[in-house]
Design a binder for this molecule. Structure first.
Ligand code: LLP
Length: 442
């Protein structure tokens, strides 16, 4: 059994997170419940920041908050001196509600609307990551109308695409995001922007994939962007002050996953940038990164209560819990794998293999095909690990299940970060049907 961060087992045989008994949390907040180990989040954030400091590199570590967005996590990110990557007006609004320092907010997205961009200007955020030609027009229009400056990065697809263990390099990339680095689009974008009196190009951005375990693809990407920066110096006498290499650093969901320490990715990318700047006598840019999963993923644990069970003779036993694809769509959507334990029976053998099923009306609503837990009984509390990234943020109300509560634990304390949805919440947007006679409707 692999425990994460501050997790331990107490004398009652209960799983403890952040110094708090998980069963006590269940008694206080009910289930399903997502618990964040805030000490682990801070540790991950500091590891990234300290690696840059150790290398003497100016950097910004921006939390890619699509992984888990809430006012409380933005407040912790602010405390840790992180920057923030938001991808919608909604995430930006949440950051504003959290009082997040505007100059450290970066706005992403492949189809930002005029209204969203105007909102970003009115909040005077730190930078917009420009994704496409329409956005260039919109940003220039807004900047001229408001007579307001805005920093931008140009998002490019560098022809390197990475998944967990592999990567491919392609001349041209089939992606909905960003400007192609190799077919001239990136140069055209830069040309349209670089003499703009209001729009200030800070540099380039790329993001090559997610849950990546190897560093070659990151090195290739850094190299490709540096080459373009060097070319722009020749052509336009322009120096990029910032190089943003995105996120995507992998984490350990199961024992098959063998990620590198987060620092390792940073070191490898930094090495490429340092050596190329030396070789070409290019001023060292700031390096920005955008980890999402690797900051919050293993800090999250979901607690469920066991309900019904069904044995399919000679096949499997289904153990159903009181949540499922509505609070974690990743197994159904990506065949993502997780591990689980019986949180109230941590000192008992956890060798019973069952299929952990959700309660949604969908056969594919299985959280773990082969979970190894204690001999199951109704009322047991199951903890699924590593659910901090892309679970709550992708949660839905399918079957009108209320979304779970989220709590933060740290140093023996617990606090609510997102309250559980109520039935009233579920109907708050509904408008009752109004019977009208034909022709009455205007
Ligand atoms: N920066 C950009 C521009 C991104 O698009 C993403 C993720 C990140 C940073 C953060 O990547 P991370 O460090 O979290 O891997 N829903 C999927 C993941 C989608 C990732 C989208 N972009 C999942 O559940 O695996």
């Amino acid at each position: 059994m692999h425990l994460y961060g501050t997790q331990s087992v107490n004398e009652k045989g209960h799983l403890v997170i952040g110094g708090v008994d998980s069963i006590e949390l269940v008694n206080t907040y009910q289930t399903p419940l997502i618990v964040y180990d805030i000490e682990l989040f801070r540790k991950r954030a500091r590891a990234f920041k300290e690696t840059f400091q150790a290398e003497g590199i100016q950097a910004e570590v921006a939390y890619a908050s699509k992984a888990f967005s809430s006012i409380a996590i933005y407040e912790v990110a602010k405390e840790e001196g992180l920057s923030l990557d938001v991808v919608s007006g909604g995430e930006l609004y949440t950051a504003v509600q959290a009082g997040f320092p505007r100059e450290r907010i970066h706005f992403h997205g492949n189809n930002k609307s005029f209204e969203e961009l105007t909102y970003a200007f009115s909040e005077e955020i730190g930078c917009i990551v420009i994704d496409n030609f329409l956005e260039i027009d919109l940003i220039q229009q807004i900047a001229y109308e408001r007579k307001q400056e805005m920093n931008v990065l140009i998002r490019v697809t560098p022809g390197v695409e990475a998944s967990t263990h592999d990567y491919i390099t392609t001349g041209q990339e089939d992606s909905k995001f960003g400007f192609d680095l190799k077919n001239g689009q990136t140069d055209d974008a830069f040309y349209q922007l670089h003499n703009d009196p209001y729009v200030k190009v800070l540099g380039m951005h790329c993001h090559i994939g997610s849950q990546i375990f190897e560093t070659t693809a990151f090195r290739y990407a850094a190299e490709a962007l540096m080459e373009k920066m060097i070319a722009w110096r020749e052509q336009y006498d322009f120096i990029c002050p910032v190089l943003n290499l995105g996120g995507g650093f992998g984490i350990r969901y199961t024992e098959e996953d063998t990620p590198l320490a987060p620092e390792k990715y940073v070191e490898e990318m930094a090495r490429v940038v340092l050596s190329m700047t030396r070789e070409y006598q290019y001023p060292m840019p700031e390096i920005w990164i955008e980890p999402g999963r690797s900051l919050v993923g293993d800090a999250g644990t979901t607690l469920y209560k066991v309900g019904s069970m069904k044995e399919v003779p000679n096949t499997r036993t289904y153990v159903a819990v009181d949540g499922g694809m509505s609070d974690n769509i990743r197994p159904a959507l990506y065949d993502a794998e997780y591990t689980a334990v019986t949180a109230n029976k941590m000192t008992e053998p956890q060798h019973t293999i069952v299929t952990l099923a959700g309660k949604c009306c969908e056969s594919g609503d299985k959280l773990i095909e082969q979970a190894s837990i204690a001999e199951p009984e109704q009322g047991d509390i199951i903890a699924t690990f590593c659910t901090g990234a892309y679970s709550y943020s992708m949660a839905s109300n399918y079957n009108r299940l209320p979304r779970p509560a989220v709590v933060f634990v740290e140093n023996g304390d617990h606090q609510l970060a997102i309250r559980r949805e109520t039935y009233e919440d579920l109907t708050r947007l509904d408008v009752p049907f109004q019977t009208v006679k034909r022709g009455d409707r205007v």
